[in-house]
Every structure is written in structure tokens, then in C-alpha cells.
Design a protein. Structure first.
Length: 75
């Protein structure tokens, strides 16, 4: 799991240095959110997956209950 860094506390008055640090931290967090990597875990609950592809984006997983709870990926 990615580590979330605490954003810097704001100064009492506007500071260009603070804004640069803040934007830098936000950019780091956004890159971490956008990065793809393997997911490791000890449990997986598939019962809460959607049961239809309607409204899902391409690549998202859903559970087809009418086909014996087969996992499907939206093309």
C-alpha cells in the first residue's frame, strides 16, 4: 500500500516557498495514485462487486450472477 505523506502546514501569511512545497507534495500523491502496480492482500471480498457492466469503465471488473458468479471485465 502506498504511503500517504502529510501535506505541510500553511504559514500565517502567503509564502511562495510553501506553495511550491505544497504543489510538489500534491504532484507526488497524484503520481502515486495514477501508478499501476501489483496489489497484495490476504483477503478479497467479491460479493460487493457490481452485478452488471452498465455504467462501468473499460477494464473494470463485475460479477455476472446469471452465469454462476463469473468474474467479467468490461471491454
Amino acid at each position: 500500500m502506498a504511503t500517504v505523506t502529510r501535506l505541510p502546514d500553511p504559514p500565517a501569511a502567503y509564502s511562495q516557498e510553501y506553495m511550491q512545497k505544497l504543489l510538489s507534495q500534491l504532484n507526488i500523491q497524484m503520481r502515486a495514485l495514477a501508478a499501476t502496480s501489483a496489489v497484495l492482500g490476504t483477503t478479497l471480498n467479491l460479493a460487493t462487486l457490481p452485478t452488471a457492466a452498465a455504467g462501468l469503465r473499460s477494464g473494470e471488473v463485475w460479477r455476472d450472477a446469471s452465469a454462476g458468479n463469473v468474474l467479467k471485465i468490461v471491454p
